[in-house]
Design a protein around this ligand. Structure first.
Ligand code: CTP
Length: 400
């Protein structure tokens, strides 16, 4: 049942809009309140009269009502909704949602939404397969939005292929599942580390690495979407995250990250060390800037403390510890060594030999090894999808 749930359906210009009256009937029958927002050109595909009659609410299309001059606040709508379903979503609106374009009431509402967002594409098969559309879908998934994938069948163009919007009954089942399914990580406290660490040489220079922090941040989003409470311990990155359920602790050096992690760790159920912690730090930090004229020919370094290994030493039986391994040679063997030596439950292996994977890319290719002997090899995917794979392995382990 969806009793009292407030659902916005955003309709865009697509033949599949004819299915929305059926979706509304099913949602209303299940007890939901439904508000329709249409893009201006969606009016050509299904009439506002039909939609307002079925929803028992005025259909919103423009920012201002042309008759009485009243304003539809996308911010209020975004806060009001328990769920925003954009269906059918055209390739055009999909691309706009992915890039933050806000040139109609529906798009501004999507940007203002605090609730889960679902989108159900409907378009011709070649449009859906196009790399631009695929890129838009990946971007939306990386925001934590969920796709109700189009299905195979006859399309409005007469062609056969993947692009038909899902049937109303199935769309409503996805919505019911979303509201009624207990989330896998509800009540779990998770610590995630992300980004590089900077090891100071003097007040302006440091030893660092190319980690963007993206992988760790995407894992944080993926697991918070499964109900976890996340503490993110992040080295210096340019990523700004402002999401309910994610508390960010910024650190700079390996020593600071170590201190923060050791404090937080005892209170956590799961820890995922995605940070690219510097392995070496200067023995001596100059308090003032080293002048060019003074110069220096070498920097004496010492190893940093291995945070993951220290966490492995104090890990309780019911805690799950996940590490990463970035390898260039003997990848599998080295990753297994780290899994055992650092007392881990799972290790995520990145090979420097894989194109499009690792530092600075939006994509990644990983192999996940578990202490139970499982080896899961994945293809090149967006970092959010990789994060979802990691989260699903952790879920399996915590239920085994
Ligand atoms: N790690 C850590 N503290 C360090 C170095 C690494 O906690 N000082 C963690 C990383 O966050 C990662 C895992 O250890 O989860 C493996 O990191 P990696 O750089 O692949 O390996 P190292 O253990 O540093 O060994 P090596 O550089 O020799 O491969």
């Amino acid at each position: 049942m969806l009793t009292g749930k407030k659902i916005i359906i955003g309709i865009t210009a697509s033949i599949a809009a004819y299915k929305i009256p059926f979706v509304i009937r099913l949602l209303k029958k299940a007890g939901a309140e439904v508000q329709i927002i249409m893009t201006p050109s969606a009016r050509d595909f299904v009439t506002p009269l039909t939609l307002s009659t079925l929803t028992e609410r005025p259909v919103l299309i423009d920012f201002f009502d042309k008759v009485d001059g009243s304003w539809s606040s996308h911010i209020e709508l975004g806060i009001w909704a328990d769920l925003l379903l954009v269906a059918p979503v055209s390739a055009n609106t999909l691309a706009k949602m992915a890039t933050g374009v806000a040139d109609n009431l529906l798009l501004t509402t999507v940007l203002s939404a605090r609730c889960p967002v679902l989108f159900a594409p409907a378009m011709d098969l070649d449009m859906y397969k196009h790399p631009t559309t695929k890129g838009s879908v990946d971007k939306l998934l990386s925001f934590g939005y969920k796709q109700i994938k189009p299905v195979e069948g006859e399309l409005a163009s007469g062609l056969m292929g993947c692009g038909r919007m899902e049937e109303p009954e199935n769309i409503v089942s996805v919505i019911e599942e979303l509201f009624n399914k207990p989330l896998a990580f509800s009540g779990k406290r998770v610590m995630i580390t992300a980004g590089p660490t900077y090891e100071a040489i003097d007040p302006v220079r440091f030893i660092g690495n190319h980690s963007s922090g993206k992988m760790g941040y995407e894992i944080a989003k993926a697991i918070v979407n499964q109900g976890a409470e996340v503490v993110l311990v992040s080295g210096p990155t340019s990523i700004d995250i402002n999401e309910d359920g994610i508390l960010v602790n910024k650190v700079t050096s390996a020593a600071e990250m170590h201190e923060k992690c050791m404090t937080i760790f005892p209170e956590t159920d799961i820890t995922i060390m995605a940070a690219a912690v510097a392995d070496f730090t200067p023995v001596k930090v100059n308090m003032s800037k080293i002048k060019k004229a003074t110069g220096f020919s070498s920097i004496e370094v010492k190893p940093t403390v291995d945070i993951l290994a220290d966490l492995g030493k104090i890990k309780r039986v019911n805690q799950i510890l996940v590490g990463f391994a970035l390898e260039s040679d003997n990848e599998h063997q080295n990753a297994l060594k780290k899994l055992n030596n650092k007392n881990l439950d799972v290790i995520v292996l990145n090979s420097l030999k894989d194109e499009g994977a690792g530092f600075g890319f939006d994509t990644n290719k990983v192999t996940i090894l578990t202490k139970n002997g499982d080896e899961l090899i994945y293809g090149l995917k967006s970092k959010y999808e990789v994060a979802q794979d990691i989260v699903s392995v952790i879920n399996k382990i915590s239920n085994s």
